[in-house]
Design a protein around this ligand. Structure first.
Ligand code: TYM
Length: 330
């Protein structure tokens, strides 16, 4: 089985963008790949946060990943900082990655624009991401569209490293599903926690409807009798991901024919969205009642990953001429 790696930041409640863009694919892929999934807390600390919130956020992310259907019998789930080799390899890869490449990263540019003082971690963030992947020699990386540029950089770093020190790492390939970029309820920006335009996986049914009601649809459809264009409507896009095929077809036809109002269309989406979310929420509630189960899964995951990671780093150091003195204890 080919190995696959992916990660999610513990940056607040996971939302349906994370679910459709990544985690729902993870659940499918665990059937055909050796999967390693990671809560990337060392990435999350590059943004300001309250210290007391971090541990609950990490547990929360792990809980929702499991609730979505990642199965510890089939896949490995762990927390990045439990395997220190991630940062060790990131340092090594820092000496291969170039400032020019890192400077081109859109996410870095966006974050740098929003902050007066930019920490170096935000700049080297994609190097740590590369280390995450290649530490396990993973060949596939299921992500949403926003991560494709980081993946291209990872491939570049791998090529440079292999050219200089020998072919150790496979070039990782991104894997995107049908929901590469889920827009927020504003239909303007990508759905993201920092924009406040999300539906969280844990949101109660009434709260989801309260968010859907004012969600932006096709802006040209101002009155009920105006025909709409489903392709320009984010509510329709969400239908394609949550509603059964006949419903999606009916919704599109009704929209084009101005046969149904947007609010009614949203009520139908709400029903199908909750059909998906309700069992996930039930599993999350059960796991939250037994946090020790989640901790055990994470501990077992970290133990497994540490073994693989240590072996990779041993090989890397050897190829780089770093372990010839005999001073290393383990
Ligand atoms: P993060 O935590 O921002 O997002 C986790 C996953 O969710 C996807 N995603 C989306 N997909 C579609 N539409 C959206 N609106 C949307 N919002 C988020 C992301 O593409 C991602 O797949 N840097 C990564 C975490 C990371 C990682 C890694 C990923 C660290 N190391 C190694 C893969 C491999 C991030 O910030 O994801």
């Amino acid at each position: 089985m080919k190995r696959l790696f992916s990660g999610v930041q513990p940056s607040g409640e996971l939302h349906i963008g994370n679910y459709l863009g990544a985690i729902r694919n993870w659940v499918t892929l665990q059937e055909s790949f050796e999967c390693i999934f990671c809560v990337v807390d060392y990435h999350a600390i590059t943004q300001p946060y309250a210290v007391e919130d971090m541990a609950p956020r990490i547990m929360d992310a792990a809980t929702w990943i499991l609730a979505c259907g990642v199965d510890p019998e089939k896949a490995t789930l762990f927390v990045q900082s439990d395997v220190p080799e991630h940062t060790e390899l990131a340092w090594i890869l820092n000496s291969v990655a170039t400032m020019g490449d890192l400077n081109r990263m859109t996410q870095f540019k966006e974050k740098a624009e929003q902050q007066a003082s930019v920490n170096a971690g935000i700049f080297t963030y994609p190097v740590l991401q590369t280390a995450d992947i290649v530490l396990y020699k993973a060949e596939r990386v299921p992500v949403g569209e926003d991560q494709l540029q980081h993946l291209e950089l990872a491939r570049e770093i791998v090529r440079s490293f292999n050219a200089r020190f020998g072919p150790i790492f496979p070039e990782p390939q991104a894997h995107t599903g049908t929901a590469r970029r889920i827009m927020g309820l504003d239909n303007q920006f990508k759905m993201s926690k920092s924009r406040g335009n999300t539906i969280a996986l844990g949101e109660a049914s009434e709260a989801v409807m309260a968010k859907l009601a004012p969600a932006v649809t096709d802006v040209n459809r101002k009155r009920l009798k105006d025909p709409g264009d489903p392709e320009k409507c984010n509510v329709y896009t969400l239908h394609t991901h949550f509603s059964p095929e006949p419903v999606v077809e009916d919704v599109a036809a009704q929209c084009r024919a101005a046969g149904r109002g947007c609010l009614d269309c949203k009520k139908i989406l709400h029903r199908h969205l909750m059909d998906d979310l309700a069992p996930i929420q039930a599993r999350a509630a059960e796991l939250k009642a037994h946090p020790e189960r989640v901790r055990d899964i994470l501990a077992a995951g970290a133990e497994h990953c540490r073994k693989v990671a240590q072996e990779t780093l041993r090989e890397v150091r050897e190829k780089m001429g770093l372990c010839r003195t005999g001073g290393r204890i383990s």
